[in-house]
Design a protein around this ligand. Structure first.
Ligand SMILES: [Zn+2]
Length: 289
């Protein structure tokens, strides 16, 4: 089986070809919100003997229709991405939210289809979630399943990009971390720089990661009580900072999780090219049913 795997981000599009479980090619393209992403994907796939396409998008997606319901970074609303690509390539095209794809990818390619219930959490500028239960991604036609970045953790807390207040993302998202650092020090620095400063012993940066770990522990403990995952897998750029806050995270998780769930394992994904492998898994799963 040969599938095209695509990860559409706000500023770049990664495309790869996966043949029988191995990524045999991989390329990155810069994109602009007005770029013709459907044509880019289709032209990459032309003439490669592809059986299907799997596409991950940061936004709400209707898996059944392949429509992107809403993607803020791409300025897409009810955009028929799946249909546009399928019309050009004449093969099945599957589109899904990127965090759902992350969860599916690690379930299949990192944990070898084993966990009966896997919760994936993507920590980046925003926070996403995906849940794989007995091999199936939990999803709905509205495309907003497991939008854990907008789960309210602190009612009346900081303003969120979604218009609500106190969402997990407004307390532990990459954008919130940068904003806190700026508010507290007057310095505008990137998340990568804050991470470097924390590792160099910057007290302010270290404190902010403790705060981030605290809120993620609170959120994960509550999520464990709702979903009862066998394992929680963290991914996304901020997951590399886990050693800085894993103790407070574990403490808060244990405080919140019910007795049978207190020992639930949280790990950071080691899967290289997780977004592309997840997109490939989506296409492979779509083709085999
Ligand atoms: Zn929100």
């Amino acid at each position: 089986m040969k599938v095209l795997a695509v990860d559409v981000g706000g500023t770049k599009v990664d495309i790869g070809v996966m043949q029988d479980g191995t990524l045999i090619s991989k390329d990155r393209f810069l994109n602009s919100p007005n770029g013709n992403i459907a044509s880019l994907i289709a032209s990459y796939g032309q003439g490669r003997g592809i059986d299907a396409v799997g596409i991950g998008v940061a936004g709400q997606v209707n898996y059944e229709t392949g429509n992107v319901i809403f993607a803020r970074n791409l300025r897409w609303e009810n955009f028929p991405l799946g249909k546009l690509v399928a019309d050009e390539l004449n093969i099945p095209v599957f589109v899904e939210n990127d965090a759902n794809i992350f969860a599916l990818g690690v379930w299949k390619y990192e944990f070898h289809n084993e966990p009966h219930a896997l919760l994936g959490i993507t920590l980046g500028t925003g926070i996403g979630g995906g849940f794989v239960y007995r091999g199936e991604v939990l999803r709905s036609p509205q495309g907003a399943t497991l939008e854990i970045g907008h789960m309210v953790i602190e009612a009346g807390g900081p303003n969120c990009t979604c218009g609500s207040e106190g969402c997990l993302e407004s307390l532990a998202g990459g954008w919130a971390l940068e904003k806190w650092y700026n508010d507290r020090t007057g310095e505008k620095v990137t998340g990568v720089q804050i991470h470097e400063r924390a590792r160099a012993g910057d007290q302010e940066a270290l404190y902010l990661y403790q705060r981030l770990g605290y809120y993620l522990g609170v959120a994960s403990g509550s999520l464990a009580n709702i979903l009862n995952p066998e394992i929680i897998v963290l991914g996304g750029s901020i997951s590399s900072t886990y050693p800085l806050w894993k103790d407070i995270y574990a403490l808060e998780f244990k405080k919140r999780a019910l007795p049978p769930l207190k020992e639930t394992k949280t790990v950071v994904s080691n899967l290289k090219d997780a977004a592309l492998l997840g997109a490939a898994a989506l296409a492979e799963q779509g083709l085999t049913r």
